[in-house]
Design a protein around this ligand. Structure first.
Ligand code: AMP
Ligand code: GLY
Length: 422
């Protein structure tokens, strides 16, 4: 089978890496890919959806997998499906679950899925009125996609009012912020739960935990994610059952009844408060860096999972996971997440440690291949060191052993990934 993967991050690298080991898969293409995905397949310099569909047609692509939310929200799935091409991901209509926080919150309310109390508004007056009924912290969210930056946790009513004003006037997030959601702050622990859906049926992957803040002990600014691990022992069968019954099933039935059956990855951002899973948000794609830990935990064919999900055939899938844990540590560039940093050559020590070679690997993200053939750190999150082990502690140790072998000027990483589980 030939597979085309859309995207350029560590998430897409990890999907490509898993597929490159899958006996069902012959050729892998990335559009656009990054400086390291060319080791797993071929990078394509195409971004126009129709041209991507042309490529898929002309090169006998059996399945296209979409990594990031951007092309999903912009309708790449619709373009492929109109031309009878198989693609994994939701249509533009279904992708509103991530593309519009107002759509998502109203959908949750319509289908009685537990979520934080909120209002959605484009009126500053209504915003002020609601803020005055809440105790700080207060959460203010821009409606549209903001590259993971559109959520402000205000520590006072005044700060919440200021954030609302800046969003509504368009000065902080442009058009994405001219409607907003204001909601109560939920105090608990956060989980990333992924349901792979085919429009009808679904399978849930082992729950993961991301570390969104830049610094140890969850301090510093929010980032795209500085590391993750799975499965997390913070989830028990009771919570999984509540997620099934109160969240996933009503969501999939709701999407179907509203004429937009959901196919693809339903990424459920959950806050567990007093053992109750409350939904923070939906995304319509894999988390990054969560995907980098989940892919190597799959024992059954990764291709089969995506293929059956895309052909409405998950009921015939036998999914199996390794009885192991994965910990991923993000290595980021010097000025991440504030601004981009100068390119820096990546040097990796020869690894003679057999155990490390077999149980740890790199998922490359913000990297560029120089004309000299060398790999350079060029993005904010440069790569993810993934360790696998029989326990979280062993997986974590291996991930950090690998971190120790990798060098580039200005590298930074957290040293406490998975701390909540240890
Ligand atoms: P979102 O993009 O909606 O997931 O928000 C980004 C991050 O902000 C989440 O991962 C949470 O850590 C935090 N957050 C969002 N909404 C809330 C809330 N209602 N209560 C507490 N934290 C929140
Ligand atoms: N790691 C969180 C995200 O991908 O949004």
């Amino acid at each position: 089978m030939n597979v085309l993967i859309l995207g350029a991050g560590g998430r897409e690298y990890s999907i490509g890496l898993a597929l490159s080991k899958d006996k069902n898969v012959e050729n892998i293409y990335f559009a656009p890919g990054n400086g390291a995905t060319d080791e797993l397949g071929k990078n394509l310099d195409i971004s126009d959806f129709s041209q991507l569909a042309d490529f898929a047609e002309e090169n006998s692509i059996d399945l296209t997998i979409v990594g990031p939310e951007g092309p999903l929200v912009e309708g790449v799935v619709d373009v492929f499906e109109l031309r009878g091409l198989l693609i994994f991901g939701p249509t533009a209509k279904a992708a509103q679950l991530e593309g519009s926080k107002i759509f998502m919150k109203n959908f949750l309310a319509r289908h009685n899925v537990p979520t934080a109390n909120y209002i959605e508004t484009n009126s500053l007056q209504d915003a002020y009125r609601f803020i005055e009924t809440l105790e700080a912290p207060i959460v203010v969210k821009a409606d549209g996609l903001c590259g993971g930056k559109g959520v402000i946790i205000a520590t006072s009513q005044e700060e919440a009012k200021k954030a609302s004003g800046e969003m509504l006037s368009g000065s902080s997030f442009g058009q994405s912020g001219t409607s907003i959601v204001i909601e109560e702050f939920l105090d608990g622990y956060e989980l990333s739960v992924f349901a792979i859906c085919d429009g009808e049926d679904y399978v849930v992957l082992p729950a993961a935990q991301d570390h969104k803040r830049l610094l140890n002990n969850d301090e510093g600014p929010n980032t795209g994610g500085m590391g993750a691990y799975a499965p997390t022992p913070l989830v028990n069968d009771k919570i999984y059952k509540k997620l099934d019954e109160r969240v996933i099933i009503p969501t999939l039935e709701g999407m179907k009844s509203e004429g937009m059956p959901f196919k693809g990855v339903l990424f459920i951002g959950v806050m567990v408060v007093d053992d109750e899973p409350i939904i923070l948000e939906y995304n319509v794609r894999f988390g990054d860096p969560e995907c980098e830990e989940l892919m190597p935990l799959l024992k059954s064919s990764v291709f089969d999972l995506f293929y059956k999900a895309s052909t409405n055939d998950l009921k015939n899938l036998k999914i199996e996971f390794h009885d192991k844990y994965a910990v991923g540590v993000v290595m980021a560039s010097k000025d991440y997440p504030y601004k981009s940093s100068a390119m820096a050559e990546i040097l990796i020590d020869d690894i003679y440690h057999e155990e490390l070679n077999e149980n740890a690997h790199i998922s490359y993200a913000g990297v560029t291949r120089g004309e000299d053939g060398k790999l350079y750190a060029s993005g904010g999150r440069v790569l993810v060191c993934v360790g696998i082990g029989e326990s979280i502690a062993i997986a974590q140790e291996r991930a950090y052993m690998l971190v120790g072998q990798i060098h580039f000027a200005g590298k930074q990483c957290r040293t406490d990934i998975a701390y909540q589980a240890l």
